[in-house]
Design a protein around this ligand. Structure first.
Ligand SMILES: Cc1cc2nc3c(=O)[nH]c(=O)nc-3n(C[C@H](O)[C@H](O)[C@H](O)COP(=O)(O)OP(=O)(O)OC[C@H]3O[C@@H](n4cnc5c(N)ncnc54)[C@H](O)[C@@H]3O)c2cc1C
Length: 474
């Protein structure tokens, strides 16, 4: 519970309508898209300006009350569960596109803007904002920046960090700083923009962002390649890149995911194939035609059962939308869906795919796999029921094995979803103890009171999932 005087001070900043400590409202913000994690905040507040955010931070600092910044709560790493209580800071009233600068090719936005609105506004100016997380219809730019989100176009265009040029940030002491800006070249001091991107709300509160835009590609073609086994599909991915073609999209879907997606989207997907690659290329018409021809040939040479080009823009759109709906489609099958994002170098993709399949059998749990094959970023997704503790234990152990294998293959525990509270126990597997300590030192320097999103990135020993993961590890 918040001290009464503190509640009064917060209300003086934002008014009665934009602050609440009601039980019902606090319950609404006690969880995010991550199954198995829940903790209630003590209050929820909606600022409208950077100045209000500064004042809120100063009040929280005075009373030592944690702040959990929250966009749409779609993160999959328990990044917005208020583990230590405190107030949830919502950006629903800071959701404006402030400027589109066609000379410098930038867009400046407030953190609560939806990703899709950024993409659409760029398209309206015949420009392109490439980062496209599958959640883009509902996720916010503030969330994307703090998770450094990726998407289907990551292979060719990179991820959110490649499009953040400057930030306005409220620090834990209430000071405002600006990092970067519209300059293509700027080496004045440390690159604080890159440090803050992916910092999961633990180092500062982002109140404005300047994003990079690029010219809109002239042409785009989409095709589907079907395979009779997972390994051949995975090897074809490496073959395409080894032939120096970088497609805009190179997505992998296994058969169970395909069946779930088809029963959800009903667009006539080939559910008999054991694996499918969704391939897209964009750019100048001649380059697109040449690359699509090369990739079709490589798929056929590697043993694809069939390779089909989308006949129209509508058909291409339906295919990519179907892929984007994979999680939603799988989530209908059982009460709990756990989507992970182990990532390996592309050349190790086939090995990870077969390890995931063996692991699923070994622990007798249902794991489907899809993901950004071109980035080596797979989404092994487990359909389970969190009320069945015995099954959950097997699920935890299976995922712990998969993360350990990814790291052993030169990969990482998360390619795009972030660490949050969920993956915190595994962080040292990737970074080593010294690596984790270096990050702790940065956190301590910028937030000595541990005010900003505490309990995220760095592990707390008490969590059930964490304990299970540790027991099952390696
Ligand atoms: C169906 C589905 C599909 C998904 N697909 C993808 C995908 O393809 N690629 C991908 O990378 N992710 C994906 N995700 C995960 C998720 O959508 C992304 O992590 C997204 O960026 C989160 O945005 P959000 O607005 O929901 O942020 P939230 O979940 O609310 O917050 C995410 C993090 O950002 C922090 N934060 C938010 N706003 C601010 C701010 N202004 N200042 C400081 N910290 C802040 C929060 O504290 C938290 O740590 C998917 C999730 C779902 C449910």
């Amino acid at each position: 519970m918040l001290p009464k005087e503190m509640e009064q001070e917060l209300i003086e900043v934002v008014g009665k309508d934009r602050f609440t400590s009601s039980k019902e409202q606090c319950y609404v913000y006690s969880y995010d898209a991550t199954p198995g994690f829940q903790a209630e905040p003590d209050g929820v507040i909606r600022p409208t300006s950077t100045t209000e955010v500064q004042e809120i931070v100063r009040i929280c600092s005075k009373y030592h009350v944690p702040i959990v910044p929250r966009g749409s709560g779609t993160n999959l790493c328990a990044g917005t569960t208020p583990t230590s209580g405190g107030i949830v800071l919502l950006f629903t009233h800071m959701n404006s596109i402030l400027e589109i600068d066609e000379e410098n090719l930038t867009m400046t936005v407030q953190p609560g803007v939806l990703t899709l609105d950024v993409v659409k506004r760029a398209e309206g100016a015949d420009l392109f904002y490439p980062p496209d997380p599958s959640s883009m219809k509902i996720s916010t730019i503030g969330g994307n920046i703090n998770e450094n989100s990726g998407g289907l176009r990551g292979l060719k265009y990179g991820v959110t960090k490649d499009y953040v040029m400057g930030l306005e940030v409220v620090l834990a002491n209430g000071e405002v700083i600006r990092t970067g800006g519209k300059l293509a070249k700027d080496v004045a001091g440390y690159d604080m923009t890159k440090l803050l991107v992916g910092s999961e709300g633990t180092l500062g509160i982002i109140t404005e962002a300047t994003l990079k835009l690029v010219p809109r590609p002239e042409d785009k073609k989409t095709m589907l390649a079907l395979f009779s086994d997972l390994e051949t599909a995975a090897k074809t991915v490496s073959e395409i890149i080894a032939n120096k073609v970088i497609p805009a999209t190179l997505e992998f879907i296994d058969q169970p995911t395909l069946e779930a997606v088809e029963s959800f989207a009903k667009i006539g997907l080939p559910t008999k194939a054991k694996a499918v690659l969704l391939i897209e290329q964009d750019g100048d018409e001649a380059v697109v035609a040449k690359d699509i021809y090369t990739m079709k040939r490589l798929c056929e040479e590697k043993g694809a059962i069939s390779v089909t080009l989308a006949k129209s823009e509508e058909e291409a759109f339906a295919l990519t939308e179907a892929r984007r709906s994979a999680l939603t489609a799988l989530a209908r099958r059982r009460p709990t869906t756990i989507l992970e994002d182990a990532t390996v170098p592309r050349s190790k993709l086939a090995e990870l795919v077969s390890f995931i399949n063996d692991t699923s059998k070994r622990y007798n749990v249902e794991i489907c796999t899809f993901g950004h094959a071109g980035d080596g970023n797979l989404h092994p997704t487990c359909m389970t029921d969190e009320r069945d503790l015995e099954e959950m234990e097997r699920v935890e152990k299976a995922f712990a094995d998969i993360f350990a294998k990814a790291v052993e293959l030169g990969g990482t525990i998360t390619g795009e979803h972030g660490v949050g509270e969920m993956k915190a126990p595994y962080l040292a597997w990737k970074l080593g103890d010294a690596g984790v300590e270096a990050m702790r030192a940065i956190k301590k320097a910028l937030d000595p009171q541990d005010l900003l999103n505490p309990g995220k990135v760095f592990a707390k020993e008490s969590k059930k999932r964490i304990v299970l993961a540790r027991e099952g590890a390696k």
